[in-house]
Ligand binder design. Structure first.
Ligand code: PMP
Length: 427
């Protein structure tokens, strides 16, 4: 590996000054402002490498905040997009791709009998909740603490550790009146509140947003049993975990099948597409027209063509891709924990499948109840030090692997992690 100069951010700084003049806060999604020393503007990318407007290269672990499961510019996805563009831009018309993508989901996702497409995970969650309400004739929903289900008013509550309230100013408090919040991983707590008043239980089957927690032994099965007992629709929010933890997502990895899964991010390899997929029985509420589902860009041919190419590749090569990404993530996690221990740092890493979460202010993260002990205010300084050494995690310390990360990338990552943690130790 080559010696790395301290990167300069002159062009990123200049761009930010320019952008904030007319672009709200200089970004299009609030978390992107968190990055230190400045929100870095990216110029181009290839495979696992991201290059910023100052010419700095990074081994990318944001992977588009999850979607880029095949890396940047995967050839089969680029070819599919080019072929679609050559046929002329179309949207909002029936096309053969959407049926094929739904068939691929049925072949790969255990609950995926009937599917419908939207553009974002936020929208897909709303559609899933609407289907659950229409299917049951009930209104109330159970969600879990520190699980994130998009930014719309009803579910945008209790989505960060230590905050049970709304995640944003300007939310309609009435919109979340029918949401009950329960501790994730605690089946006994769910059992206490669940009843036949509820339309749905929605959860991240693996709590990636909270900090890459695998479900405690028996938790998902208990949730499955309780929802079935009370006739409540079980929704897995697999926006992150779908096509990432395994070809069939968290439901395949942990062997529990929900009634509905929300898919997003990785299914589209970076193009905006999300899906609601579920059993024919529950999805009947959409099929028969009780549920209204609209959207100009739903199932647009460009996004669908990318998703078909992505899922076909994962179907073909997943047996090789998933174990390799998981092993790479585990190696990164182990290296962070070993270096943190060697440096006597209050830092540790957690992981599930191809995702790793770094924590500051805490030496061990045994389970989700330990989240309260972490000091989130320092993670951005740590990720800044990693960035200075050529790695690009999410500012909040989440790292995603992709099929494009090579053994050489991982070796370089290990050196950079050591140097970054050293730099953090001397802050
Ligand atoms: N659900 C989960 C579990 C997510 O992680 C996200 C996005 N991070 C969403 C829903 C919302 O998806 P989107 O950003 O595409 O609206």
């Amino acid at each position: 590996t080559t010696q790395r100069e301290t990167p300069g951010f002159t062009n990123s700084r200049q761009y930010r000054e320019y952008a904030v003049r007319h672009l709200a806060n200089g970004v299009s999604s609030t978390p992107r402002t968190a990055q230190l020393p400045v929100p870095v503007a990216m110029d181009r990318a290839l495979d696992a490498i991201l290059t910023d407007v100052d010419g700095n290269d990074y081994i990318d672990y944001t992977m588009g905040y999850g979607p880029l499961i095949l890396g940047h510019n995967p050839p089969e996805v680029v070819a599919a997009l080019k072929a679609e563009i050559d046929k002329g831009f179309r949207t909002a018309s029936v096309h053969r791709g959407e049926g094929r993508l739904a068939e691929l989901i049925a072949e790969t996702v255990p609950c995926g009998e009937i599917s419908s497409f939207v553009s974002t995970g936020t929208e897909a969650v709303q559609l899933a909740l609407r289907i659950a309400r229409a299917a049951t004739g009930r209104t109330r929903i159970i969600k879990f603490r520190a699980n994130y289900h998009g930014w719309f008013d009803s579910v945008h509550v209790a989505n960060a550790p230590g905050n049970d309230g709304p995640g944003s100013g300007g939310q309609d408090p009435k919109a979340s009146e029918n949401i009950t919040v329960v501790d994730w991983g605690d089946a006994a707590a769910l059992e206490k509140v669940i009843s036949s008043d509820y339309a749905a239980v929605i959860l991240e089957a693996a709590a990636v947003n909270a900090g890459c927690f695998a479900p405690p032994e028996g938790f998902l099965q208990a949730v499955r049993d309780l929802t079935r007992k009370h006739g409540v629709v079980l929704i897995f929010d697999e926006v992150i975990t779908g096509y990432r933890l395994a070809l069939g997502g968290a439901q395949e990895m942990f062997g529990v099948t929900p009634d509905i899964a929300v898919l997003g991010k990785a299914i589209g390899a970076g193009m905006p597409i999300s899906a609601v997929t579920g059993s024919r029985a529950v999805m009947e509420a959409l099929v028969d027209g009780r549920v209204m589902h609209r959207g100009t860009f739903n199932g647009n041919p460009l996004s669908v063509s990318a998703a078909i190419a992505c899922v076909e590749r994962l179907q073909r090569d997943g047996a090789e891709i998933y174990p390799r990404m998981t092993a790479q993530a585990a190696a990164i996690q182990a290296h962070i924990n070993a270096e943190a221990a060697a440096l006597d740092l209050d830092v540790c890493a957690n992981g599930v499948g191809s995702a790793v979460q770094i924590f500051t202010g805490v030496r061990q993260m045994a389970n989700i109840a330990d989240l309260a002990k972490a000091d989130r205010s320092r993670i951005v300084r740590l990720t800044e030090m990693l960035m200075m050494n050529g790695l690009m995690p999410l500012p909040r310390g989440l790292m995603y692997l992709s099929a494009a990360h090579t053994d050489g990338d991982i070796e370089a990552t290990m050196h950079a992690l050591s140097k970054g943690l050293h730099a953090y130790a001397t802050l």
